[in-house]
Design a protein around this ligand. Structure first.
Ligand code: NAI
Length: 279
């Protein structure tokens, strides 16, 4: 018995890195998996079917069921096509994992318009496009569903040189909170993971210098995503779960206790005098 027996899952960007680990883990738990991947380079250039096909092959060789999809998630048409592959191949969709991503790092002052647009398109619009297409089918099916997004410390805490990526990942956090509220009435949960893992996306970052793949590899992220996709997490929605190697934690917004003036509006000087309490 697998935790995801009989479920149909779409995993975007599942041709390599973290998404590939999710696809293999989902298939091992009995899910039928749509392996979506554009098959391009880390910066989003290029494309091809080889990455997705390789993962589909691996799942089938191990006795599982999988289908490939090569569309970019970055457009509404792409999102619809990815979900259509699940419905055409396996008759339904129960789980969507929005994982596809690219990087185009530059400090904000040097950021070119195309670097901004493409990163926002793949991460933020891609998450919206796939979620809208999947949630529409889940609503019609009437059997609930699971959506798991992928945020980042870059957006939740900040990271030098990633204003485009950080904005997209913080946007995904806001999108997760809102859609968790909106889709609750259909029994669809929406959560996000906040991974830290050694992949092609991170292998040149100073924080990973000397890191051992076996201690902080992408496979550590997948058990949390399987958990969130399963019946074990049926009551969990709108949460952000961080994973780094064998450490798991959660992220949440913090609102300060604040300060209230007894009567009337604050003056700028009074704000300055109370700023420590306000912050
Ligand atoms: P990766 O580069 O190995 O995987 C990303 C996959 O997405 C690639 O296979 C790529 O071909 C695919 N992809 C890119 N653009 C696409 C598009 N338009 N449509 C469909 N597929 C597309 O990188 P990694 O590390 O596995 O990243 C997976 C997710 O985790 C990303 O969303 C990333 O931002 C996020 N993440 C990763 C962290 C890490 O430490 N590795 C940290 C925080 C977040």
């Amino acid at each position: 018995m697998g935790l995801l027996d009989g479920k149909v899952a779409v995993i975007t960007g599942a041709g390599g890195g973290i998404g590939k680990c999710h696809a293999l883990a989902f298939a091992k738990e009995g899910a039928k998996v749509v392996v979506n991947d554009l098959g391009g380079a880390r910066d989003g250039t290029g494309g091809g079917g080889a990455m997705a096909d390789g993962v589909v092959e691996e799942i089938k060789k191990a006795g599982g069921e999988a289908a490939a999809n090569y569309d970019s998630v970055a457009t509404i048409e792409g999102g619809k096509a990815v979900v259509k592959t699940a419905v055409d191949s396996f008759g339904k969709i129960d789980i969507l994992v929005n994982n596809a991503g690219i990087l185009r790092d530059k400090t904000m002052l040097k950021m070119a318009e195309d670097m901004w647009d493409l990163v926002i398109a793949v991460h933020l619009k891609g998450t919206f496009a796939c979620t809208q297409a999947a949630a529409a089918v889940m609503k019609d099916q009437g059997t609930g569903g699971r959506i798991i997004n992928t945020s980042s410390t870059s957006g939740l805490l900040g990271n030098f040189g990633q204003s485009n990526y950080g904005a997209a990942k913080a946007g995904i956090a806001g999108f997760t909170r809102v859609t968790a509220l909106e889709l609750q009435k259909y029994g669809v949960t929406v959560n996000a993971v906040v991974p830290v893992a050694l992949t092609r996306m991170t292998d040149d970052l100073p924080m990973f210098a000397g890191a051992k793949a076996g201690e902080i590899g992408p496979e550590f992220i997948s058990p949390v995503v399987v958990f969130l996709a399963s019946d074990l997490a049926k009551d969990i929605t709108g949460k952000f779960i961080g994973i780094q190697g064998n450490m798991i934690n959660s992220y949440s917004m913090k609102v300060s206790e604040g300060a209230t003036k007894a009567e009337g509006m604050w003056t700028p000087q009074e704000i300055a005098d109370s700023i420590e309490k306000i912050l």
